[in-house]
Design a protein around this ligand. Structure first.
Ligand code: F6R
Length: 242
C-alpha cells in the first residue's frame, strides 16, 4: 500500500491525472465512483481537464458504491442524485453509463445480485475511488462487515448516520437506517484503488488502514490485501501515522 501525503487540491489533481492517463489507454474504462466530500476535488479537477479538451469520459462507464434505502425519488441526498450533480453533470460521461445499486427495488437482495452481475458484465472496475468513514468504513461496509462480503443490504451505524446528518440539513431522524453497498470482496476486485482522506477526523481511520492489523473492526484494513492501492491523505488525516 502506497501513501501519498499532499494538500487536498493536489490530491484532486494527482488522481485526475491518473484517470486521464487511464482513459488515454482505455477510453471505455470502468470507473468506481464514490459520493461524499472526499472525491469532490477529483471530480472538479477532472471536469477542468474535460473542459480544456485534455481528456474525455464520453466512452467511459462508472459504478457507484452504495445507495440509501427508502429515500423518496427526487430526494437530493440520494446517492444517485448526488453523483449526477457532483460528477456526471460536470464531465462528458454518458449519464446512462453510470449505474448504482437500486435502493428502490421491491426485492433488495435481487437488486444487489443484479448489481454484482452488472459490474461483472462490464468487465470489472479498472479504477475505484474511495473515501473512508471516521469509523473506518469503506463504501457502507461498517465495522463488523465480512472481509469477503458482496453487494448487500446493510444497517448504518449510529456514527455514520451522525456523520451524514449534514446532508439532511442536520436532521438525524431524516437519515435512513439502511443502505445497499458493494461488499469488501466486491471492492477488492477493482484492479486499482485510490483512497482519499482529508481532515483530522479521519486520522485514526487512516492510521488503522495503513498500519493496523487487518480486521473487520476497521473494514478499510482489508485494502492491505489489495496489490495496487494508493492512499492520498492530507497532513491532518496522516497525522497519526507512525
Ligand atoms: C460514499 C461512501 C462512503 C464515504 C465515507 C466518507 O459513497 O461510500 O464510504 O466515502 O463515508 O465520506 P466523506 O468523503 O463525506 O467524508
Amino acid at each position: 500500500m502506497e501513501v501519498v501525503i499532499a494538500r487536498e487540491d493536489e490530491i484532486g489533481e494527482l488522481i485526475a491525472d491518473e484517470i486521464a492517463g487511464l482513459l488515454a489507454d482505455r477510453p471505455d474504462a470502468v470507473l468506481g465512483v464514490a459520493t461524499g466530500s472526499s472525491p469532490l476535488r477529483v471530480y472538479e479537477a477532472l471536469a477542468r481537464r474535460v473542459d480544456a479538451g485534455e481528456t474525455s469520459l464520453a466512452r467511459a462507464r462508472a459504478f457507484t458504491l452504495d445507495e440509501y434505502v427508502g429515500l423518496p425519488p427526487g430526494h437530493p441526498a440520494r446517492y444517485d442524485a448526488v453523483i449526477r450533480e457532483e460528477f456526471v453533470a460536470r464531465v462528458d460521461i454518458d449519464p446512462a453509463a453510470v449505474r448504482g445499486p437500486d435502493g428502490d427495488a421491491d426485492d433488495l437482495d435481487d437488486a444487489c445480485h443484479r448489481y454484482e452481475e452488472a459490474i461483472r458484465d462490464a468487465g470489472g472496475v479498472d479504477l475505484q475511488i474511495l473515501g473512508i468513514g471516521t469509523d473506518g468504513h469503506i463504501a457502507f461496509n461498517e465495522p463488523g462487515s465480512s472481509l469477503a462480503s458482496r453487494t448487500r443490504v446493510k444497517t448504518l451505524t449510529a456514527q455514520t448516520r451522525l456523520d451524514n446528518a449534514r446532508f439532511f440539513a442536520g436532521d438525524l431522524d431524516a437519515v435512513p437506517r439502511h443502505c445497499l453497498t458493494q461488499g469488501l470482496g466486491t471492492i477488492l476486485e477493482a484492479r486499482r484503488v485510490v483512497l482519499v482522506a482529508t481532515g483530522e477526523a479521519k486520522a485514526q481511520a487512516v492510521a488503522q488502514l495503513v498500519e493496523g492489523a487487518v480486521s473487520a473492526r476497521w473494514p478499510g484494513t482489508v485494502l492491505q490485501h489489495h496489490p495496487d492501492v494508493t492512499v492520498f491523505a492530507d497532513e491532518a488525516a496522516a497525522s497519526r501515522l507512525e
